[in-house]
Design a protein around this ligand. Sequence first.
Ligand code: G3P
Length: 217
Amino acid sequence: MKFFIDTANLDQIREANELGILDGVTTNPTLMAKEGVKGEAAIAQHYKTICEMVDGPISAEVLSTTFAEIVEEGKKLAAIHPNIVVKVPMIKDGIKAIKWFTDNGIQTNCTLVFSAGQAILAAKAGATFVSPFIGRIDDSSWDGVQLIEQIVSVYNAQGFMTEVLAASIRNPLHIVRCAEAGADVCTCPLSSILGLLKHPLTDIGLEQFLKDAKSMQ
Ligand code: G3P
């Protein structure tokens, strides 16, 4: 399973990248706005900086909702760097645009996916990635990981090539369960990635080893 970081914060991207286990980055308009990035030029520059930091797919989301505008915006985003993946919402014009990008060699990430039916449409349009939002499903008392299992099983049964990118990850257990479910990618906040490190027996064991190591000096 690939690890992406789900942020537009350059310090967090750097910290995750320094671990050596980062395969890519996803952003969305909320995450970009959080960083205070404003205006077309600044947005493009921010994506370029991220692409120069991490050698892997970098999702940049369109802000348009009509076919013609999504295509125009997506072409501009894709021109920023070869690693840019155009992130497109799961709407009717979004599906049309994903098909257009597929036919024109531009990678896409179909976002705001909450059902297997939507995931089938994204795959039929040739999306590179599909992003089911599992945390937001859990927030409404459904099981987000069950959706990952269902999409993985449908894609395997049908031979779809679209990669299942589990998004809206809220904790380390989500990452483990998505790995079990066969997700191709997990995009996580830095806190969830670092949470995977934690185990009290590791800390207790290390403390003892260091104490014993001292007695040998
Ligand atoms: O990037 C999309 C997704 O990961 C958003 O997560 O936490 O806002 O539901 P969240």
